[in-house]
Design a protein around this ligand. Sequence first.
Ligand code: ADP
Length: 267
Amino acid sequence: MQAHRTQEGATAPFYFPQGDEREVFAAAQANGLPLLLKGPTGCGKTRFVAHMAAQLERRLYTVACHDDLSATDLIGRYLLKGGETVWVDGPLTRAVREGAICYLDEVVEARKDVTVVLHPLTDDRRILPIDRTGEELEAASGFMLVASYNPGYQNILKTLKPSTRQRFLAIEFDFPNPEQETEIVAVESGLPAQRVAPLVRLAGKLRGLKGQDLEEGVSTRLLVYCATLIRQGMPVERAIRAAMIEPLTDDEDVKRGLLDLVTAVFG
Ligand code: ADP
């Protein structure tokens, strides 16, 4: 399981706001309310949470959810250490004890028993029952639960149940507008903005194909990868193929169609 912690007091990682999401996050955190971030993959949700945690000087525990992730992984387990059985807190329990922020990335991927754990934490009780130890932890002041999910996948088995989602405030994310995205990609990659702009234009065209030829459009993350390769000296078309075409599809016909779009934008 991937969980990592950000030390409080660290300088906040660069984040270009799309609107008033920072104010909503800060208000949620101040009032102990859980927050759901909805939006496509690679549009800045994780970066936003890292930025806000640093700004608000809160520790951050990030958990990348997957279909094998269980409540035990979040809460903790008994482990054998030097012949002794000791209880080891999971990332959620640590965040609850310390008053930290716990970010469950792609929460719908996790096993069903995870939602059961989240319910008493996301209402006004703010408690985490730990069956194995018999403890019932009250969340320390400052604790905040943040979860993200991508509504675009439209998998009926992998949506959040209304009884769960209605416990969270929610913010919708989308890809930044072209001016914002150009600035973000320029800052992140170091490639000058005038060289980033046509890549952003191309991304806009590729996103237009979502639902027809492509399941998902190009993410801001892939644009950053592409610009990084170009800044390192890779020819533009090669970088586009590696970062903006091959990751999107395996279908040779679709790839050819996408390359035609590249020619249309870059001439
Ligand atoms: P998500 O969590 O939505 O899948 P990330 O937060 O990991 O996406 O974003 C992917 C990358 O895109 C980040 O590492 C960062 O380089 C860039 N990025 C996207 N949006 C922003 C933004 N608003 N400000 C700064 N960087 C951004």
